[in-house]
Design a protein around this ligand. Structure first.
Ligand SMILES: [Zn+2]
Length: 229
C-alpha cells in the first residue's frame, strides 16, 4: 500500500490522514530511534501514514500528459478532468477534489462529513455506490476502484465529475433539471471522454445503451455496478 501511495503522489496532491495514525510518537525513545524516524519521515510517507482516505486536488489546467497503460487513480482523474475542462468546455468549481476511501465504512463517513448527507442516506448510498458527486468534488470507493478495469474507472470518474460540473452550470438557476436529464447528460459526457481518451468510441457506447434499453434485453439487464448516480 505504501508503495502505491508513493507512486500516486504528484505535485499539488496530498494524502489525508485524519486518524493521525503514524504521527503519534511514544515518549522516551532513544535518540538513535528519533534520528532514524526523522530520516524516514523526510524520505517519504511511512507505511502507517495510510489514512482512511486519500485526498487529491484535481488539475484542470496545464499541459495534458499522455495516459499510460495502467495509470494511477490520480493520473486518470486528472486526465479525465483535463479533457472535460479543455475539450468539452465544462466548468468546475475552484478547488474541486477527489476523495478516495479505503472501504465502505470510511466512505459513509465521507458522505456525511464531506458531502453533508444524512446518516441513513449515507449508508444507503454506501452500500452500492462506487462513487458520489458532491459540491466539494467526487467521493470514491478505493476498494472498488482496485477491482475495476481502466475503462470502468475512467467512465466512473467522468460520470461523477459531470455531476460536479452540472452543479456549477446550475449556479444561480431557479430549479434543478430532472434526474433523467442529469443522468443522461452525465453518461453522454462519460461517452465523449472515453472517446477523447482513446478508450472506446462514442458509437460503441451509444450502441450499448441502445441494446440495454431494448425490450428484449431489459429483463436481463444487469444492475449498474460502479454507478454513483
Ligand atoms: Zn449519475
Amino acid at each position: 500500500m505504501s508503495r502505491r501511495h508513493r507512486a500516486e503522489r504528484r505535485p499539488g496532491e496530498f494524502m489525508a490522514d485524519r486518524s493521525g495514525n503514524g504521527r503519534r510518537r511514544r515518549s522516551g525513545l532513544p535518540l538513535a530511534w528519533l534520528v532514524l524516524l526523522t530520516l524516514v519521515a523526510l524520505a517519504g510517507p511511512a507505511p502507517s501514514a495510510a489514512g482512511p482516505y486519500r485526498e487529491y486536488e484535481i488539475r484542470f489546467i496545464g499541459e495534458a500528459s499522455p495516459l499510460g497503460k495502467s495509470p494511477s487513480d490520480a493520473d486518470l482523474i486528472n486526465a479525465v478532468a483535463w479533457t472535460m475542462s479543455n475539450k468539452l468546455d465544462l466548468p468546475f468549481p475552484v478547488g474541486t477534489k477527489a476523495y478516495i476511501y479505503v472501504n465502505q465504512a470510511t466512505f459513509v463517513d465521507g458522505l456525511i462529513q464531506i458531502a453533508g448527507e444524512e446518516r441513513q442516506q449515507a449508508w444507503d448510498k454506501g452500500r452500492f455506490a462506487a462513487g458520489v458527486a458532491a459540491r466539494a468534488g467526487i467521493l470514491l470507493r478505493g476498494d472498488h476502484l482496485a477491482r475495476m478495469h481502466l475503462l470502468a474507472r475512467a467512465g466512473l470518474f467522468a460520470h461523477e465529475l459531470a455531476h460536479v460540473s452540472q452543479r456549477k452550470l446550475a449556479d444561480g438557476g431557479k430549479a434543478g433539471a430532472a434526474m433523467w436529464i442529469l443522468e443522461g447528460h452525465a453518461d453522454w459526457v462519460k461517452f465523449q471522454v472515453l472517446e477523447l481518451l482513446g478508450l472506446r468510441q462514442y458509437r460503441e457506447s451509444r450502441d450499448e445503451v441502445v441494446r440495454s434499453s431494448s425490450p428484449t434485453c431489459r429483463s436481463s439487464r444487469p444492475a449498474r455496478a460502479g454507478s454513483g448516480r
